[in-house]
Design a protein around this ligand. Structure first.
Ligand code: PMP
Length: 411
């Protein structure tokens, strides 16, 4: 069954045939290796974005390619009424390495969150009755693009035109315990938070705030749900960011880096919370399929080692030093913050809205970076990005910032 790909596609093809969703850049990457990526024209880029904190172990990681090949030759999918060895091994591993007793597999972050929100509702319904159904989340949070997850998310722009979105959700400011105290009640079934807000602008939780949220959840019999879709799997220097905060949630969701780019998500839960989902109450055709789980199992094995986790703090230091040096030269950032390799540099007020221009100029110079929130330059590279790539990428960022600063002066 030989087959040749003959069709030529370009960025213009997107405008012709795709349903508009994200607005993709003009670049079409065709190959990646480690922290370098090449586009259709053969132009090379250094990847400081990692597909938004996804490619934790770099592009085309040879170990993962082998795992994928082996599993592809063995079993892709059978039926979700049968389990499989990679799923069971991965679930066992995740429960051994975390607070969780049980795991549910999904295919994305949003889907893992849907499972968590459904679990919270069901847990409260079973134990306390239907009145206890309110979910509290934080402004600026992001939990996905499905209807329930945009509803829980704290950013109005993702809800516009999709109303009525599912109800029973309240929001308050992140890192403000008084506001949370004012809205939490016996009706609250869960408080949902990112240990470090990603899309909202790389905003880490204050440790004291995180501890008090835990206490309030205990006081009101509400589940504490950590969305670690962006912060998990080594990103902050521990397998999950809750370890950094010294706070243990009842439920945790993970995706993105878990598959290093292969679609997989997971919801981790304590026995107490998990047993509310009985057989038949939730599921997914592909969730927990052997391909995804074999890859995720290898990702967790590789990430959860001193070589990888131990290198995150050093690389964090190199990035922060580099950004500080750029700031001394250009005075473009008002704050550089983050944890591990989830780093944000907030633009000064006079450059509000210019982070996107830096990203564009960066792409011209051969660098992928990201925006977070309205005004933050976000870096979320591979956890094993070579030091040379960090230095070269920062040099390209230097050129990109110089261009934007010059254009800004001319305007
Ligand atoms: N939660 C968080 C914290 C995220 O950052 C994202 C994606 N940016 C999601 C959920 C949604 O994940 P996915 O796109 O895989 O559905």
């Amino acid at each position: 069954m030989d087959r040749k790909v003959t069709q030529q596609v370009t960025r213009a093809t997107f405008d012709e045939v795709m349903v508009p969703n994200y607005a993709p850049s003009a670049i079409i990457p065709v190959r990646g290796e480690g922290s370098r990526v090449w586009d259709q024209e053969g132009k090379e880029y250094i990847d400081f974005a990692g597909g938004i904190a996804v490619t934790a172990l770099g592009h085309s990681n040879p170990t993962l390619v082998n795992v994928m090949r082996e599993q592809a030759g063995q079993l892709w999918h059978l039926s979700n009424v049968m389990t499989n060895e990679p799923a069971l091994r991965l679930a066992k591993k995740l429960t051994e390495k975390t607070f969780a007793d049980r795991v549910f597999f999904a295919n994305s972050g949003a889907e893992a969150n849907e499972a968590a929100f459904k679990l919270a509702r069901r847990y409260a319904f079973d134990n306390f009755g239907p009145e206890k159904h309110e979910i509290i989340a934080f402004y600026k949070s992001f939990h996905g693009r499905t209807l329930f997850t945009v509803s829980v998310g704290g950013q109005a722009k993702y809800k516009e035109g999709f109303e009525p979105t599912p109800g029973g959700i309240k929001h308050c400011d992140y890192n403000d315990i008084e506001q949370l105290k004012a809205i939490i009640s016996d009706k609250t079934c869960a408080v949902v938070m990112e240990p470090i807000q990603g899309e909202g602008g790389i905003i880490p939780a204050d440790v004291e705030f995180a501890k008090q949220v835990r206490e309030l959840c205990d006081q009101y019999n509400a589940l504490l749900v950590y969305d670690e879709v962006q912060s998990g799997v080594g990103r902050t220097g521990t397998l999950f960011a809750y370890e950094q905060l010294g706070v243990t949630p009842d439920v945790l969701t993970t995706a993105k880096a878990l598959g290093n780019g292969f679609p997989v998500g997971a919801m981790l839960a304590t026995e107490k919370a998990a047993k509310s989902l009985s057989f038949g109450t939730h599921g997914s055709t592909y969730g927990g399929n052997p391909m995804a789980c074999a890859i995720a199992e290898a990702v967790v094995d590789i990430v959860d080692t001193p070589e990888v986790l131990g290198g995150v703090a050093k690389r964090h230091g190199l990035f922060v030093e580099g950004l500080k040096a750029l700031n001394e030269k250009y005075h473009v950032f008002k704050e550089i913050r983050g944890m591990g390799l989830l780093i944000g540099a907030e633009m000064v007020d006079s450059l509000t809205g210019k982070a996107g221009e830096i990203i564009k100029a960066g792409a011209e110079e051969g660098l992928f970076a990201l925006v977070a929130g309205p005004n933050v330059l976000r870096l979320a590279p591979s956890l094993i990005i070579p030091e040379q790539d960090i230095a070269e990428g920062l040099a390209r960022l230097d050129k990109a910032i110089a261009k934007v600063v010059a254009n800004n002066k001319a305007a």
